[in-house]
Design a protein around this ligand. Structure first.
Ligand SMILES: *Cc1c(COP(=O)(O)O)cnc(C)c1O
Length: 234
């Protein structure tokens, strides 16, 4: 069900959810895609429960956080009060946080190295949980950015499956801020296709319509929904 079917929002809504849902619908129509094939992840990092509650109230069910500690502080109470919410970890993961991450998140978008695979495999087994896993691809090969280099992606995905027994659902990428995103989305889509992966986590506030055009199945949208972040970590 799309947001607009769930709860129609008034035009003077204090948040941007309705506009984002509308833009997703428009981009899907233009790309001749079913809007149900795109999951909107509302990225609530840096925002407290009082900002998140109206978004839940408007019908949004899937949320994204980039830090395990921050998510641990605010989500258990929210999920308790609102059954059916799904929480995605979209930020880098340290292997010493794998236990908490598997306990808290329904999806992890930042699988990018052997130590994480090992830690996740162990926790998935011991907790009996099965978070949806995305391998992050560093399409721009930026040294400061997490993710597997494009030329190492096939080998890494094979190792995830064969060596660690992880079910990989798709790929995630964050294009360099100073470049046109489309070629990065296209590269990510190409790597996914040749590895038999159908899910693509790509597109943020500034470029989710482009990402949908290039095949995104999960868009991670923060500021266009919640407003500008004032806290330090962007
Ligand atoms: C913060 C963040 C987003 C959302 O960014 P906006 O530009 O606010 O939409 C998406 N993906 C990741 C990995 C992020 O850290």
């Amino acid at each position: 069900m799309t947001q607009s079917q769930t709860t129609p929002l008034s035009a003077d809504s204090p948040h941007g959810l309705a506009a984002v849902a509308q833009e997703i619908a428009r981009a899907c129509k233009e790309a001749r895609r079913d809007p149900a094939s795109v999951t909107l992840i509302a990225v609530s990092k840096t925002f407290a429960a009082d900002a998140i509650l109206p978004i839940i109230g408007a019908g949004q069910r899937v949320f994204g956080e980039n830090r395990v500690q921050e998510a641990k502080g605010k989500w258990p109470a929210l999920t308790q009060d609102h059954p059916g919410l799904k929480l995605h970890l979209i930020g880098p993961l340290q292997s010493n946080k794998a236990k908490e991450a598997v306990a808290l998140f329904d999806a992890i978008h930042s699988v990018d190295r052997a130590s994480i695979c090992e830690a996740l495999a162990k926790e998935i087994k011991s907790q009996g949980k099965q978070p949806e896993l995305f391998v992050q691809i560093n399409t721009g090969e930026e040294p400061q950015k997490a993710g597997v280099a494009p030329q190492d992606a096939d080998t890494f995905i094979a190792a995830c499956r064969e060596k660690y027994g992880l079910a990989i659902s798709g790929l995630m990428c964050i294009p360099p801020v100073d470049q046109a995103p489309a070629p990065h989305f296209a590269l990510c889509a190409k790597i996914a296709a040749r590895n038999g992966l159908k899910n693509l986590s790509m597109g943020m506030s500034a470029d989710f319509a482009t990402a949908i055009q290039m095949g995104a199945t999960h868009v991670r949208v923060g500021s266009a929904i919640f407003g500008t972040r004032t806290a330090p970590h962007a």
